[in-house]
Design a binder for this molecule. Structure first.
Ligand code: NDP
Length: 455
């Protein structure tokens, strides 16, 4: 943990991300690591008194059950600066007021972030300033490259923290322990033993009033382009020697560089669909296209599936199916590994048709192993038995883990520039094919398992 007090300057301090995720995450961080020296500063164009900002910080710490003695100095040190961040002079004055070292956390609309970065290049930032950037990181390969070039003119790569809050989710980091800290799984983690991998994030939640954001993003960009491909990278990377950030990030980037669309064909590799009216958990869900703020002409998908392959010696030929969607009947947030059948099952045993599977549940965390064994009752029959382990409750919220690492100057839980570009390189041909109408937009009733034939 860093000894020096670091200023966490949240740009966009009045926004949704700050209120719902950053401040609550910070609360859990300070509850678990109460000695952290941090000054919580906010800047936004919205008018807010010092007392209002301090009470937002106080409420978040109280919600996380941070002891009063820990919270009091953090709250009294919290300061708000009403600033139009697109006004050069105001931005410059803000930076001049803040004592280094500082983390500039961009909780701003993406287009505003890009413009503020351009201004920072002109103004300059104090040595050692860290920039934390939210997703989406660009909206295409070209814009991600341009943003990377822009950022590197402000600070070196080591001070750029591209956020994907899934990297702060303990169950995802657990893939490293699961794969590399036991003797059992490591030797079978390859195409020789694994038939197929499914990484799913199916939600029962529908649009829930988020059309302003979601109708421009859709399931592919919102979930697969970022979070699910990052899980894939953890799943498929080679063995690290240490947990050093550069080692892990280098191995993830290597795995992503090997990742290609299934059969190198964006049409064969992808499916998309949109929910229609239906029943979900006893509620009537309206047709997505009729939701307030949705433009049906945009043909935004609420369910996307992308199949990729890794063109390398370990994974050649294995399909990785990435899928995420909204308003589905059953929530499934999991990684499922389907193993190949054994080379030979002794004659005389009735073969089972079910393959062995490893299931990593992301929320709440658990690991299950389904194995073929002798059946109860008839020992010459086979059946599937399940070994199950619950994973402990995470010590803090994902944003707490991520903020802690950034304050420590450790980029382990963030995305390197080349990784961010690879993520776009993988999905961009699919977006192009979809925009050209080469993949039909299918439909599924809200509350169902998705369109017929997808499973
Ligand atoms: P919001 O629009 O809720 O918040 C952005 C804030 O920035 C607003 O208070 C806005 O003020 C302010 N702002 C805009 N322009 C300026 C300016 N020129 N000067 C000063 N302040 C300005 O967005 P979110 O909080 O939802 O999102 C922020 C970022 O986080 C985005 O990149 C988003 O993709 C990402 N993100 C958001 C998540 C979420 O759940 N909200 C989840 C994961 C990532 P005003 O209201 O007046 O425009």
């Amino acid at each position: 943990m860093a000894d020096q007090t670091t200023a966490l300057l949240i740009l966009g301090a009045s926004g949704d991300l700050t209120r719902r995720l950053l401040l609550p995450g910070l609360g859990t961080l300070l509850r678990e690591e109460p000695g952290r020296p941090v000054r919580v500063l906010g800047a936004d164009r919205v008018e807010l008194s010092q007392e209002d900002w301090q009470s937002k910080v106080r409420d978040s710490l109280a919600e996380a059950e941070v002891p009063d003695a820990v919270a009091a100095p953090v709250v009294s040190g919290a300061a708000y600066h009403q600033t139009d961040l697109l006004e050069r002079d105001q931005l410059q004055a803000l930076l001049a007021e803040v004592e280094a070292p500082v983390v500039l956390y961009f909780a701003l609309p993406p287009a505003v972030t890009v413009k503020v970065c351009a201004l920072l290049e002109e103004i300059g930032v104090p040595e050692g300033t860290r920039l934390a950037l939210e997703k989406p990181f660009g909206d295409s390969l070209e814009s991600a490259r341009a943003l990377n070039r822009q950022l590197l003119r402000v600070v070196p790569e080591g001070d750029i923290y591209r956020i994907d809050h899934f990297l702060g989710v303990n169950t995802i980091l657990n893939l490293i322990g699961l794969r590399f800290a036991n003797r059992l799984l490591q030797p079978i983690w390859s195409a020789e033993h694994i038939e197929r991998v499914e990484i799913s994030y199916d939600e029962t939640l529908a649009l829930e009033g988020r059309a302003g954001y979601y109708d421009h993003a859709g399931a592919l960009m919102d979930m697969i382009q970022s979070h699910l491909l990052e899980i894939l990278a953890f799943f498929a990377m080679e063995a690290p020697a240490t947990m050093h950030a550069e080692e892990i990030r280098g191995l993830k980037a290597q795995a992503l560089r090997a990742t290609q669309l299934w059969q190198h064909d964006p049409v064969a590799a992808s499916k998309r669909a949109r929910y229609a009216a239906g029943e979900l958990e006893g509620r009537s869900i309206p047709d997505y296209a009729a939701e307030e703020g949705v433009d049906p002409e945009r043909s935004t998908e609420t369910l996307a599936q992308l199949t990729v392959q890794l063109d390398n010696a370990r994974w050649a030929g294995v399909p990785f199916v990435l899928r995420s969607g909204k308003a589905l009947g059953v929530a499934a947030k999991q990684v499922v590994v389907v193993f190949k059948a054994p080379a030979h099952v002794p004659d005389g045993l009735t073969d089972t048709s079910e393959p062995d599977r490893l299931i990593l549940e992301l929320k709440p965390g658990s690991v299950g192993l389904e194995l073929s064994m002798n059946a109860e009752g008839d020992p010459f029959d086979l059946e599937q038995k399940s070994l199950h382990a619950e994973l402990g409750k995470p010590r803090m919220l994902p944003y707490g883990e991520i903020l802690g690492a950034i304050l420590d100057g450790n980029p382990l839980l963030t995305i390197r520039g080349d990784e961010a570009e690879e993520l776009w390189r993988i999905v961009e041909p699919v977006l192009t094919a979809w925009r050209a109408g080469e993949v039909p937009l299918e439909e599924y009733p809200a509350g169902s398992a998705g369109p017929d034939g997808w499973a």
